[in-house]
Design a protein around this ligand. Sequence first.
Ligand code: G6P
Length: 367
Amino acid sequence: VAAEKGGYEHFMLKEIHEQPRALRDTILGRLEEEKVVLQEVDLSSEQLSQMHKVYIVACGTAWHAGLVGKTLIERWAHLPVEVDIASEFRYRSPLIDEHTLVVVVSQSGETADTLAALREAKNRGARVIAITNVVGSTVSRDAHDVIYTWAGPEIAVASTKAYTTQLEGMVLLGLYLAQVKGTLPASKIGEIISDLKEIPAQVQEILDQESSIRQLAQSFVGVEDAFFLGRSLDWAVSMEGALKMKEISYIHAEAYAAGELKHGTLALVTEQTPVIALATQRDVFDKTVSNIKEVKARDAKVFGMTYKGNTSLAKSVDHVIYIPETRDELAPILTVIPLQLLAYYVSVARGCDVDKPRNLAKSVTVE
Ligand code: G6P
């Protein structure tokens, strides 16, 4: 087993470090200068023009990837998207028919609720695209089209490289739909593609500063509760950051849309609750900073995250984690990396079983 961990103490840490490679593999052969090549998806512009709505359906971390996908597809392909938890979707009699595109996301391709949702969607006539990491998995066989993520086997229960490659899958799908529908000019697609190609090296850059996150983790060791805040795509990533923290360190962590905090949750914020505030999304940056000031006013210790070169956040928080600059739509692939490392080092410091957290399974084949 030690050999399988490739010199790392845990599978999770190994898998965190495999992300630059996994991210490179997932875009390999799928990007031309101004065009996304998704041979696996065979939707003509005629067929796509018949699609009026998209549902993204998944569980756990894959559902969090779907939340990012919603914004990308709506913004780029101008299609309305609903994101649903598979176990809810199934029993809701969702309004789907042959004019609906259903995207199921599953690392294992075997999650019982996701599979059942896929079948339900097919029975109702929807076109189903799967994003999955396991070649030949049940999800991959049952869907009409499959976009594989090339993360490689993920052993740790807490998902890391599967999530970031699922985010890439969402970027590829969002661009592909925009391309087929003609909602983005080729030049714009080209700009996004060139930024996407930078992402693996930028992830590596963050990993190279691992020791600073390790240090920061010490502030969380004795904590009972933590909050993760952000707006827009930062909110979606906050949910994944909070989930990582809960899963492996057993700290109660809650993600909140930064603007919604004052409608209830702010009552829970005290000097005992560290707050992680993601502030990358440029269109809502100032609003997010106002929300950060609200929690600072309650004496919370705030750890902010933003792009390198943004010097203004430092004035409103106790500590800033900087990530390399990219376009806002791609930021989730970067912002989640420090959050994965944070959860990992807090878990280690608290003496938890990092790779096999209590009560959880890697693949859930019961409903
Ligand atoms: C389990 C795992 C999670 C995962 C979820 C969905 O709960 O512990 O990490 O996100 O299942 O799994 P899937 O294989 O469908 O992505």
